[in-house]
Design a protein around this ligand. Structure first.
Ligand code: FAD
Length: 632
């Protein structure tokens, strides 16, 4: 039997980004002993990198905004594939979650009359993103960490131990969820990254908040941690993933120099007036307004420019179309020979705002380009292009509680949960998602634990097997595969064959190649020992990356239409018959199975928020029979 450090909690939160921290705060506030585990340093998560802001219909900058408008924008952005109940809860609760952050100590930028300021972003009808310059995620994490410290101080006062009811385990990677004989969650198995020692956490409830999968693509805004761990852990525990074919390519990543290719240029640049231009200096986005959005966006530069100062009497600029539309447009411009020297297009804020305004509103962007690309964005345009940014797909959860379908005790929130954003997420809707559904998952987990009469017990054989699997790469024999080579082959494959534009032939080729990579991955080997060994860490992460990549490729091959973050060159149109179908990925032994499942039809009062003429662009005729405009 391997030596394993052991801890017992009521609720285990895996991930310390916005979703994980908000879930942990909630579970602890409901009196449960809670642990937060994160594989990077505490405070280092994607949430920290969020620049643009947090979408919440507070109506501070335009009084016309309210939850119904936000709900409509979110459903339109997701091309009506969203879980409508999640979109409803999100739109209704986001403003309270933003306010709550200020009670934890956050300080958002202000309007002239002292209210929380809100900025424009793609797909949002009104200025809606509460922000702190372009460092909003940092403020969000900072204040939630501060809240955690204050809860720990309370525990010290009451119980004499800071960690009595809320403890953070950082630089600790979970490799497997544990369950009892009936399949209910009983904890998780992990290792300390520094020492390589194993840790067993016993807990009847686990909240997955592990973020995204972007590191499986070669051009990405994601950092090293985002290897789809939560997605893979959930699948191996018996949960379903939905919407995995929908991967968001943010339209504006840096394209130059190669060492920083993919790093994000916030949509806030366009929200604050920046415009996209091709190599001929043309503002090309006017040529790419899709039929479903015609009438909502300005079709000429004069109106688009007026919209910034007079949004009530002008239509918004198509530079702020949802991300999937802008990314495809840039792709086409480059493919047709109108790109910039390094294969992108130009994003120009220099000719639109004064130097002082740019430095005040976009300090991180100014610094990023100056330091990394030697470009001064106050005097010249940025070269930008699509970068893999966000996964809409994730664990299928109950919208109200975050409970994963089919695995008692498992919950998920944030980017690793699926449904909320449908086929395409609107910018700013992630930070609000983390707060709304992090809180709900923490509460769902607390409620579940409180309702138990008996705690599930750990299965020793499973723990031993998890330990054996973890050290497997050390015994690979004389000739073995290098994990770094495998990772780079996987990234190239996913970018080239399952990237922004997809075809049946390329995806079939990708699946064959993924099988080869999976076979090679069996022979991944590393040298040295378990003490801080990044090659070993990557070897373990690769298993998750391969599994999740297969889900993306299989689901993408199956969906024979184009919608949001899934574009098929061979099926370029959106097909209403696919709108009500969710592709569910499950694991059967070692094989990924993709099964079509039915969307729950939208509640009538929510359906009524849309004009029938708009719904007709997305829905089948039989689905609209009950619409009040028809029944009349
Ligand atoms: P994350 O914040 O990604 O945190 C995941 C956590 O899980 C980390 O602590 C990680 O260490 C941990 N973890 C992962 N695997 C394991 C494991 N196996 N064991 C233990 N721990 C693990 N969204 C917006 O709404 N507005 C924006 O302005 C915005 N800007 C962005 C800018 C950038 C550059 C990027 C990359 C994203 C941006 N997003 C934005 C998206 C948003 O930041 C993310 O979707 C969101 O932060 C995800 O939060 P999360 O809590 O789900 O996970």
């Amino acid at each position: 039997m391997t030596e394993v450090e052991r801890h017992s909690y009521d609720v285990l939160v895996i991930g310390a980004g916005g979703a994980g921290l908000r879930a942990a705060i909630e579970a602890r506030e409901q009196g449960l002993r809670t642990a937060v585990i994160c594989k990077s340093l505490f405070g280092k998560a994607h949430t920290v990198m969020a620049e643009g802001g947090c979408a919440a219909a507070m109506g501070n900058v335009n009084a016309g905004d309210n939850w119904q408008v936000h709900f409509r924008d979110t459903m339109r952005g997701g091309k009506f594939l969203n879980n409508w109940r999640m979109a409803e809860l999100h739109a209704k609760e986001a403003p309270d979650r933003v306010w709550e952050l200020e009670t934890y100590g956050a300080l958002f930028d202000r309007t002239g009359d002292g209210r929380i300021s809100q900025r424009n972003f793609g797909g949002h009808e009104y200025p809606r993103l509460a922000h702190v310059g372009d460092r909003t995620g940092l403020e969000l994490i900072r204040t939630m960490q501060q809240k955690i410290v204050s809860l720990q101080q309370e525990d010290y006062r009451d119980l004499g131990d800071y960690d009595a009811r809320l403890k953070v385990f950082s630089e600790c990677t979970v490799t497997q969820l544990l369950n009892d004989d009936a399949g209910a969650i009983s904890g998780a198995f992990a290792y300390w990254r520094e020492s390589g020692r194993f840790v067993q956490f016993d807990a009847p409830a686990v909240v997955l908040a592990t973020g995204g999968i972007g590191k499986s693509f070669s051009v990405t805004s994601n950092s090293w941690e985002y290897t789809g761990d939560g997605h893979a852990l959930a699948m191996r525990a018996g949960a379903k993933l939905i919407n995995m074919e929908f991967v968001q390519f943010h339209p504006t990543g840096m394209v130059w120099p190669p060492s920083v290719k993919g790093i994000l240029v916030t949509e806030g640049v366009r929200g604050d007036g920046g415009v996209l231009k091709n190599a001929n200096g043309e503002r090309f986005m006017f040529n790419y307004i899709p039929d479903v959005f015609k009438g909502y966006y300005a079709d000429n530069p004069e109106e688009a420019d007026r919209w910034y100062s007079d949004p009530n009497n002008n239509r918004r600029t198509p530079d702020l179309l949802p991300r999937d539309e802008v990314a495809r447009a840039i792709n086409t411009e480059v493919k047709e020979g109108r790109g910039s020297p390094h294969g992108g297009v130009y994003l120009d804020i220099a000719s639109r705002l004064s130097d002082e305004e740019i430095e005040r509103r976009l300090p991180s962007m100014h610094h990023q380009f100056k330091e990394l690309a030697d470009v001064d964005i106050t005097s010249e345009a940025m070269e930008v292009g699509p970068t893999c940014h966000y996964v809409m797909g994730g664990v299928e959860v109950d919208p109200d509680t975050g409970a994963a379908d089919g695995v008692p005790g498992l919950f998920a929130a944030g980017e690793c949960a699926g449904g909320m954003h449908g086929s395409n997420r609107l910018g700013g809707n992630s930070l609000s998602d983390l707060l709304v559904f992090g809180r709900r998952a923490g509460s769902g987990a607390a409620g579940y634990v409180s309702s138990l009469t008996e705690r599930p017990t750990a299965n020793q054989a499973q723990v031993d097997e998890a330990a054996r699997a973890a050290v497997e790469p050390f015994g690979a024999g004389e000739t073995y595969e290098n994990p770094y080579t495998l990772q780079s082959d996987l990234q190239r494959l996913m970018n080239e064959l399952v990237g922004i534009i997809r075809t049946e032939g390329e995806m079939s080729e990708a699946l064959t190649k993924l099988r080869d990579l999976a076979e090679r991955a069996r022979h991944v080997g590393i040298e040295g020992n378990r003490q801080y060994n990044p090659g070993w860490h990557l070897a373990l992460d690769l298993r998750n990356m391969l599994l999740v990549s297969e889900c993306v490729a299989r689901a993408a091959l199956r969906r024979t239409e184009s919608r949001g973050g899934h574009t098929r060159d061979d099926f370029p149109k959106m097909d209403a018959e696919w709108r009500h179908t969710l592709l569910e990925c499950t694991l059967d032994g070692e094989s990924v199975t993709v099964t079509p499942g039915e969307q729950v039809p939208m509640r009538a009062d929510l359906l009524e928020l849309f004009e029938l003429t708009e719904l007709e662009k997305y829905y089948t005729e039989p689905e609209l029979v009950e619409h009040p405009a028809r029944t009349g």
